[in-house]
Design a protein. Structure first.
Length: 255
């Protein structure tokens, strides 16, 4: 079973790319972030025609998450019942016996911004939700755009990023708190090449010069860790015309 996460930065713009990628990579579950569509505009027919069931929750212009699956999708929860929030950033469902949590964690804008405080509160709410869900569903995977580079090796130039969002100590501490629930970074289960990232700024030839960050992650609960045989970052879609600034991350689970 292959599960993946991809911040598509507008599904309206990127739908042809998503469909092409699914044709090239017929995975079982794909979590999307930043769909940027109201629910009435979601391309349900196109996704179904590609062989996927889908659940989604969106809003105009910003945010929005979706879970695509080749298997039945059950017990769906939209948003976080433990954290009141109008922004559509979280979707949870059970697929093939695994509790899938699709998250678009806030960016935070800057350390001085109210949005940064919102991010930290949102992460606390997510921690509590994960703790509750894991008690009910031992097999759990958290996939998404975390907007956190956990370590300096996940940043192309740590000195240049010092004092900015995505790398601040409180954000990294929140990532560690999720790991302390018993969740493991699937990517770090394996020996990986250096300077491998999942996001590159559109500006200043960010992708061409590999000025990236690894901020898209798949965390696995303890029962799933021994089943994970691979975790990769697929850079191919970032090379396409009009790409998202993110690229997919894929984990293989030998169920």
């Amino acid at each position: 079973m292959k599960i993946a996460t991809w911040n598509v930065n507008s599904l309206k713009v990127r739908l042809p790319q998503v469909l092409q990628w699914l044709t090239d990579n017929p995975i079982d579950v794909l979590c999307l972030q930043e769909t940027k569509l109201t629910d009435d505009k979601f391309p349900l027919a196109e996704i179904n025609a590609a062989g996927y069931q889908v659940v989604f929750t969106g809003q105009k212009t910003y945010n929005g998450v979706a879970i695509l699956s080749r298997h039945p999708i059950e017990d769906v929860v939209k948003n976080n019942p433990l954290f009141e929030d109008e922004q559509q950033r979280l979707l949870t469902a059970t697929i093939n016996g695994i509790r899938i949590v699709c998250a678009y964690i806030p960016n935070g804008q800057s350390l001085e911004s109210d949005k940064y405080q919102y991010k930290l509160k949102w992460l606390n709410g997510l921690h509590d939700w994960l703790q509750q869900q894991q008690a009910q569903h031992p097999k759990l995977a958290l996939l998404g755009d975390y907007n956190i580079a956990p370590e300096d090796r996940d940043v192309h130039d740590p000195a240049a990023w010092e004092g900015q969002v995505l790398v601040s100590p409180p954000e990294r501490a929140a990532f560690v708190r999720m790991q302390e629930l018993g969740l493991t970074d699937a990517f770090r289960l394996f020996e990986q090449p250096e300077r491998l990232f999942s996001w590159w700024d559109y500006r200043q030839m960010g992708f061409r010069m590999n000025k990236g960050l690894r901020i898209d992650h798949i965390l696995l609960s303890a029962p799933l860790v021994p089943l994970c045989s691979a975790c990769i970052i697929d850079k191919v879609p970032r090379k396409w015309e009009q790409p998202s600034d993110h690229t997919p991350v894929i984990a293989t689970l030998d169920l």
